[in-house]
Design a protein. Structure first.
Length: 160
């Protein structure tokens, strides 16, 4: 800012001890500059030159202006499903145990999930086993079982 733009009683953003804070200009200092009050701490400070003043505190800064335009006019995008949510939906539609390769193929053909990964089946397999390990009986998934009670290798089903 320039010295002639500073008004007594005005509130400005000023650099005070390496922070930009709002200050109110109270009076001119006899040694040059201004006596001011830090509005954040209510302490008296001395502003030695107009270079320490950034702008009037009433006008929004660059960050505030950008934030207002982004949130005010932007429409919310529909939230995409996560890989686990999409896998749960595929298993619900399938009504039978599936391996992760089949789950991923159905997720991609129905456009429920998108990936650029080289091994999406391994990603979903790891995520499903992590959820089973972390949540136990509360997990959405479980390993499929054969009629004799043994776990069917590599196949998952929805926990009922």
């Amino acid at each position: 800012m320039k010295k002639n733009e500073v008004k007594l009683g005005g509130t400005y953003l000023a650099k005070v001890t390496n922070k930009v804070v709002p200050v109110r200009i109270d009076a001119e200092n006899v040694h040059g500059g201004w006596d001011a009050t830090n509005m954040a701490t209510k302490k008296k400070v001395c502003i030695k030159s107009a270079q320490h003043l950034r702008r009037p505190a009433a006008t929004p800064g660059k960050r505030e202006r950008k934030a207002k335009t982004r949130t005010g006019s932007a429409e919310k995008k529909p939230k995409r499903l996560s890989g686990l949510d999409a896998a749960a939906q595929v298993l619900a539609d399938a009504k039978e145990p599936l391996n992760t390769k089949d789950i991923v193929e159905r997720m991609l053909t129905k456009s429920l999930w998108q990936t650029k990964g080289a091994t999406p089946a391994a990603t979903i397999y790891a995520a499903m086993t992590r959820e089973i390990a972390a949540k136990g009986d509360a997990s959405r998934f479980r390993k499929a079982r054969l009629p004799d009670g043994q776990v069917e290798r590599g196949k998952f089903e929805l926990a009922q």
